[in-house]
Design a protein around this ligand. Structure first.
Ligand SMILES: Cc1ncc(COP(=O)(O)O)c(C=O)c1O
Length: 405
């Protein structure tokens, strides 16, 4: 079978593949613990459900404008004012099928074949493949000091004549690191000076811990005119636990949004009206669910960190936000894919290999599930890896006996 050169280069999303694996194992009756997930388990806000049900009940579910329904654009404008202190116009906003589609279309809008987009490592799994879909090149920038916190020189030294854009995702998937205010201010200034597009993937910006305040990129922008190359991406998936609704958005200059909308119009048209209405409900509705989720995640993070800190040899950086912890397991196995598969085989714990995020020897562990999953999952991992732990482990009433050394 002949498939295109671009298509050949695209891998399956490892995180989506893991969700499928968890579902298959559960179907078989295996006592799986999924620490690889990327979605909060809380309920969708009632305001979102009521809004979607109201739209469904009309019995008239039609196409929407390619850039989103006016009510959603209005809600996004209000959101941008509330959380970024920035007044934008409807022509500055495009609603899309998740933040994922917004980032993808932004890249399609700005990248020519062979041009480069830089992002700090570890990075979200989709950025490299999105660059490939544009026939462009994704350039990972690991912080030189070995931390998860980039400095401007980490980006600066990778900029060349082919560089067109930078993507910043803070707080970061998979490390949970919220980049310093200094770095955000430096990168905004740097991109303006070098005339680069800057895509801020802010999907986790309200899920931050330890009394941190979100860092607002607009605070550092000098050029707020319609020439600005800043593209801010956000969405309802994570903060409102609405991953299945597939609504995200981009805010940028009018010309960019017009071009992005042209692309979206041919790709998918506007997102489903039901889901857009639900997003309007969530954004304009009671916001307590976001704070409840944030508090739950902070507590889960603390439990996970305590458990991991008692894990011999594992190196942990405390996440500042999100619901992920990126821990260094290289003392046990340097090949993270091998390690992840081993943990599924031995103790049915699902984790995402660090190599998918650009760093070998690490595993991404999610703390978006319940406390029991976190504690039991890490206990099982300990049993499978740390040979000093007792020889037997009970999973429910199933007794496992270690038969390897
Ligand atoms: C960094 C980052 N950006 C974007 C997305 C996509 O979000 P959405 O569900 O809105 O497409 C995710 C989802 O995992 C993510 O982690």
């Amino acid at each position: 079978m002949s498939i295109s050169e671009i298509a050949k280069k695209i891998k399956a999303s490892p995180t989506l593949a893991l969700n499928e694996k968890a579902a298959i194992l559960r179907e078989k009756g295996d006592p799986v613990i999924h620490l690889g997930g990327g979605e909060p388990k809380s309920k969708v806000p009632l305001d979102a459900l009521v809004a979607a049900a109201g739209a469904l009940n009309t019995g008239e579910i039609r196409y929407t404008p390619a850039d989103g329904i006016p009510a959603l654009k209005k809600a996004i404008i209000r959101y941008t004012e509330e959380f970024y202190g920035r007044m934008v116009e409807p022509e500055n906003v495009m609603a899309s099928g998740g933040a994922k589609q917004a980032v993808m279309i932004a890249l399609q809008t700005v990248l020519n074949p062979q041009e480069e987009v830089i992002y700090p490592s570890p990075y979200w799994v989709s950025y490299p493949d999105m660059a490939k879909l544009c026939q462009a090149i994704g350039v990972a920038a690991p912080p030189e000091d070995g931390t998860f916190y980039p400095r401007i020189q980490d980006i600066e030294q990778r900029v060349g004549s082919y560089t067109k854009a930078v993507i910043i995702n803070s707080p970061n998937n998979p490390s949970g690191a919220m980049y310093s205010e200094q770095f955000i201010s430096d990168i905004v200034e740097f991109c303006e000076k070098k005339d680069l597009y800057l895509i801020m993937d802010d999907i986790y910006h309200r899920l931050i811990f330890d009394n941190r305040k979100p860092i607002n990129c607009y605070d550092y922008v000098k050029d707020l005119s319609e020439n600005s190359k800043l593209i801010v991406v956000n969405g309802v998936s994570k903060q409102y636990a609405m991953t299945g609704f597939r609504i995200g958005w981009a805010v940028a200059n009018k010309k960019l949004i017009e071009t992005m909308t042209n692309i979206q119009g041919h790709q998918t048209s506007g997102p489903s009206v039901l889901l857009q209405k639900a997003a309007v409900g969530a954004i304009n509705g009671v916001q307590s669910s976001v704070e409840n989720l944030r508090v739950t995640l902070e507590n889960n993070r603390n439990v996970m960190i305590d458990y991991l800190n008692s894990f011999e040899g594992v190196k942990v950086t405390k996440p500042d936000g999100t619901f992920y912890c990126f821990a260094d397991f290289s003392v046990y196995e340097k090949d993270s894919t091998k390690l992840s598969n081993y943990l599924i085989d031995k103790v049915q714990v699902l984790t995402v290999p660090g190599v998918e995020f650009g760093m070998e020897g690490y595993l991404r562990l999610s703390f978006c599930g319940g406390i029991k999953d976190i504690t039991e999952g890490i206990e099982r991992m300990k049993w499978a890896l740390d040979l000093n732990s007792p020889n037997e482990l009970y999973i429910g009433d199933r007794k496992l006996v270690r038969d390897w050394t």
